[in-house]
Write a protein that binds this ligand. Structure first.
Ligand code: NAI
Length: 331
């Protein structure tokens, strides 16, 4: 039998946490033959709610779930974890300045970085979900220098999956037949959902999405804005932000990272830029990646047209500004 994998979920008493922990305990993230021990962290005001989630995990009698640690102590939470999904953060409240929210999150990610660095298992893989996701991940990377930059990522898979969903609806094809969309850049409304390399499986072989949709106006306009603003549309409809889709996409992100992407398929992940596609090195930026043996690699050599170039640069600029703002909060 396989040894259990320890998975940390921070902010586990929140909305996404509530959707995510049962998925992990069912094997959606790491496979149906992989036992897991869940580590759940939240802050003291949420301690009772967190305890309630733990009770429900016990009540659900998940066969793969070999233990639950529910705590408000960051050291206990981080000790021995192999995978860390960072969902906890400080939300933007009405009337708050961007800088105030950034400052709260920088403080959180700085201290959690130190705890992960000291107490997590060697080679722990980190996924940051909490917003501003790219910049929180960058702060975590900076303050956990002994964790390889290869092991610190942020979630843009939800945006990626939203783009697949929009194409699937438009063409009335199963979403599983659509692949290789790309989310470039920030997990924010400046992200660039790119379909220039995306394809659909048809009885006559794989066809480019651009050919099948045959409507550049939609692809260059409404498609992009719909994906960029989907988060706001969900809030408007549900009066709560996306949770089940965020949790499901977080599982997709980790599963593909650990178990590998299928041959010929890439996915979007926020990763540390090495300067690929002329994206400034040193930003956490969403790229198309393939994964093999637990490592991601940026897909190289895709042609970037002029319209795309502008959009790649615009979202990089926003990330550079966020980085500067985050650093200004540190001093
Ligand atoms: P939520 O407010 O329901 O839950 C957040 C939880 O984090 C709360 O239980 C809170 O007590 C906890 N928390 C706050 N500070 C903490 C700390 N220092 N340590 C541990 N836990 C802490 O929020 P929800 O809806 O679950 O969203 C969580 C985050 O994910 C938000 O930042 C949201 O903006 C972000 N998000 C990101 C997405 C992405 O695609 N990257 C998609 C959807 C949401």
């Amino acid at each position: 039998a396989k040894e259990p994998v320890r998975v940390l979920v921070t902010g586990a008493a929140g909305q996404i946490g509530y959707a995510l922990v049962p998925m992990i305990a069912r094997g959606v993230m790491l496979g149906r033959d992989q036992p897991v021990i869940l580590h759940m962290l939240d802050i003291p005001p949420a301690a009772e709610a967190l305890h309630g989630v733990k009770m429900e995990l016990v009540d659900a009698a998940f066969p793969l779930l070999k233990g639950v640690v529910a705590t408000t102590d960051v050291v206990e939470a981080c000790t021995g974890v192999n995978i860390a999904v960072m969902v906890g953060g400080f939300p933007r409240k009405e009337g708050m300045e961007r800088k105030d929210v950034m400052s709260k999150n920088v403080a959180i990610y700085k201290s959690q970085a130190s705890a992960l660095e000291k107490y997590a298992a060697a080679n722990c893989k980190v996924l940051v979900v909490a917003n501003p996701a790219n910049t929180n991940a960058l702060i975590l990377k900076e303050f956990a220098p002994s964790i390889s930059e290869k092991n610190i990522t942020c979630l843009t898979r939800l945006d990626h999956n939203r783009a697949l969903g929009q194409v699937s609806e438009r063409l009335s094809v199963p979403v599983s037949d659509v692949k290789n969309v790309i989310i470039w850049g920030n997990h924010s409304s400046t992200q660039y959902p790119d379909v220039n390399h995306a394809t659909v499986k048809t009885p006559a072989g794989e066809k480019p999405v651009r050919v099948l949709v045959a409507n550049d106006e939609w692809l260059n306009g409404e498609f992009i804005t719909t994906v960029q603003q989907r988060g706001a549309a969900i809030i408007k409809a549900r009066k709560l932000s996306s949770a089940l889709s965020a949790a499901s996409s977080a599982c997709d992100h980790i599963r593909d990272w650990v178990l590998g992407t299928p041959e010929g398929t890439w996915v979007s992940m926020g990763v540390y830029s090495d300067g690929s596609y002329n994206v400034p090195a040193g930003l956490i930026y969403s790229f198309p990646v393939t994964c093999c043996n637990g490592e991601w690699t940026i897909v190289q050599g895709l042609p970037i047209d002029e319209l795309s170039r502008k959009k790649l640069d615009l979202t990089a600029e926003e990330l550079s500004e966020e980085k500067a703002l985050a650093y200004s909060c540190l001093s």
